[in-house]
Design a protein around this ligand. Structure first.
Ligand code: ADP
Ligand code: MG
Length: 153
């Protein structure tokens, strides 16, 4: 099952992230693909806001993960762009973040290789002439339920 949306501005990307937060089931793993500057972190900011986060949303480019443990569900925002070796994910205990309750959002999943959990949803942001286009692909029941709610929202 898949879903597409045209996103014309940064504000619309934040709003899409918030809609996604409302549609998503706790425990979901989401891969976020797209080139540098596509809007992955902007979408992540909207998602954190949608889950109730008021403060800033930093890009976890150097820390690899930014935890939002005050939210319910808890959000873990990964950015694997600077990951040296996919094996590092094993040492940092990536699998412990995938606990069936938290939302795990992963920018640059292609850097994580076989060490990543299977995603419920894969979002790809493409840069277009008039903004961005998001394609969402669901591969589990939780992912499909999310896309159904997203379409209706
Ligand atoms: P990424 O995390 O994919 O590298 P960022 O979210 O950090 O990308 O940056 C996206 C940049 O593109 C921001 O500077 C944002 O203002 C800009 N931008 C312009 N149009 C859009 C749009 N339609 N959606 C999201 N970001 C946009
Ligand atoms: Mg980013």
């Amino acid at each position: 099952m898949s879903f597409e949306a045209a996103i014309e501005s940064e504000d619309a990307m934040v709003a899409f992230g918030s809609r996604l937060a409302d549609a998503m089931e706790p425990g979901s793993v989401v891969f976020l693909r797209g080139e540098l500057g596509a809007g992955k972190t902007t979408l992540s900011r909207g998602l954190a806001r949608g889950l109730g986060h008021d403060g800033a949303v930093k890009s976890p480019t150097y820390t690899l993960v930014e935890p939002y443990e005050h939210l319910n569900p808890t959000l873990y925002h990964f950015d694997l762009y600077r990951l040296g070796d996919a094996e590092e994910l094993e040492f940092m205990g990536l699998r412990d973040y995938v606990n069936g309750e938290s939302i795990v959002l992963i920018e640059w999943p292609e850097r994580g290789g076989a060490f990543l959990p299977a995603p419920d949803l894969e979002l790809t942001i493409a840069v277009t002439a008039d903004g961005r286009r998001i394609t969402a692909e669901a591969s589990t029941n939780a992912g499909r339920a999310c896309l159904t709610r997203l379409e209706a929202s």
